[in-house]
Design a protein around this ligand. Structure first.
Ligand code: ATP
Length: 298
C-alpha cells in the first residue's frame, strides 16, 4: 500500500493560554500543501518473512529521522497493533520530502498516514473520528493531518473544524537550513509573552474570509505569534519573508515554530522570481525551496 503524507502550513496561529500540564491552548488554521512524504506499507509476506510476529520495522531515507520506537509512524502503528492485537509483521518505508523540524508537521503527517493506512490494510473499521481520538495521543498536529485540507484547530490541536477549500494562490515554501525545536520555541514564547507587547492574529476574521471564499483578504489576516519567539534567534526568517514580499507575495509568514516560511502569490512568475532571489542571496538552499499549491480534501 502506498500513501502520500502531506505537509501543513499555519495560516494563522495564536496562543490563547497555557495548561497546567504545560501544553498551550491554541487557535490555529492549518492548510495542507502539495508537498508530501511517500509511505509504503508491506505486510510480513511481502517483506520476505524475516520478521517476528507483530514486529513493526521502519525504513527511512533521511538519517535525521529515527527508525526506532521514537518515530511517530512507529508509534502510530504500535498503538493500533497493541489495541487490535495484530500479530502480522509490517514494514513501513518512509521516503522523506518534507524537511525535518521545520514547522511543517513532517512527523505528525507520517503518523496520521500510518494510522489511516494500518486501519485500511488490516480492515480495522475505525471511523475518522476514532482515528482522530487515537491520533491526538500521538501528537497535537496528528488529528489535523488525518482530516487534511483546510481546518481550524483549537485546544491543543484536537478540537477540529474543517473549513472550505482554499484556492487561487501559488504557495512558495522556503526552509532555511537550520532546525528549530518546537519545545524551545514555546518556552521562549512564554518568556516573551510575560513581557507583553504581543499582537495576536485575528483568527476569526481569517476563518470568515475562508468560509466566505473571500480569498483576496486571506493574506491580510495571516499571523503567527510564534514569530515573536523564533525570529530574534533566527533572523534569516525575516530576511526570507522580506525577500518574498519584495518579489510580489500577497503575504508571507513563518509556519508553526519555524524555520519554514511560506509566501502566497497570485502570480506564478512572481513566485519564481522570489525562488531565484532566495537562492541568489543564499538565504535558502535550492533543495529546500518548494513552489507548490494548497492540497484540498476534495
Ligand atoms: P510540527 O510542525 O508538528 O511542530 P515539525 O515539522 O517542526 O513538527 P518534525 O519534522 O515532525 O517537526 O520533526 C520533529 C521531531 O520528530 C524530530 O526531532 C524528528 O527526529 C522526530 N520524528 C519522529 N518521527 C518522525 C518522522 N516520521 N518524520 C520526521 N521526524 C520525525
Amino acid at each position: 500500500m502506498e500513501i502520500k503524507a502531506y505537509a501543513k502550513i499555519n495560516l494563522g496561529l495564536d496562543i490563547v493560554g497555557k495548561r497546567e500540564d504545560g501544553y498551550h491552548d491554541l487557535r490555529t488554521i492549518m492548510q495542507q500543501i502539495e508537498l508530501y512524504d511517500e509511505i509504503k506499507l508491506y505486510a510480513e509476506a511481502e517483506s520476505g518473512g524475516n520478521t517476528d510476529k507483530g514486529q513493526i520495522l521502519i525504513g527511512c531515507d533521511d538519517t535525521m529521522v529515527p527508525t526506532n520506537e521514537k518515530n511517530l509512524a512507529y508509534k502510530a502503528a504500535r498503538s493500533l497493533f497493541d489495541e487490535f492485537e495484530i500479530t502480522d509483521a509490517i514494514l513501513i518505508d518512509i521516503k522523506k520530502h518534507i524537511p525535518v523540524s521545520a514547522g511543517l508537521a513532517g512527523g505528525s503527517t507520517d503518523a496520521a498516514a500510518v494510522l489511516c493506512g494500518v486501519n485500511e490494510y488490516f480492515g480495522l473499521g475505525l471511523s475518522e473520528e476514532e482515528l482522530i481520538e487515537r491520533g491526538a495521543k500521538i501528537g497535537a498536529d496528528v488529528p489535523f493531518c488525518i482530516v487534511g485540507g483546510t481546518a481550524y484547530a483549537g485546544g491543543i490541536g484536537e478540537a477540529l473544524q474543517p473549513l472550505g477549500d482554499l484556492t487561487d494562490y501559488h504557495v512558495l515554501v522556503a526552509v532555511p537550513d537550520t532546525r528549530v525545536s518546537t519545545k524551545w520555541a514555546y518556552g521562549r514564547y512564554d518568556e516573551i509573552a510575560d513581557e507583553g507587547g504581543i499582537r495576536h492574529p485575528d483568527i476569526d476574521q481569517l476563518m470568515a474570509a475562508i468560509e466566505m471564499e473571500d480569498f483576496g483578504c486571506v493574506p491580510d489576516f495571516l499571523g503567527n505569534v510564534l514569530e515573536y519567539a523564533t525570529i530574534p534567534d533566527y533572523p534569516v526568517i525575516s530576511k526570507v519573508k522580506n525577500t518574498m514580499m519584495s518579489s510580489g507575495a500577497a503575504g508571507a509568514l513563518m509556519s508553526g515554530s519555524g524555520p519554514s516560511v511560506y509566501g502566497l502569490f497570485m502570480d506564478e512568475e512572481k513566485a519564481v522570481k522570489a525562488c531565484n532571489a532566495l537562492e541568489m542571496f543564499e538565504l535558502v538552499p535550492k533543495e529546500r525551496i518548494f513552489l507548490t499549491a494548497f492540497h484540498n480534501r476534495s
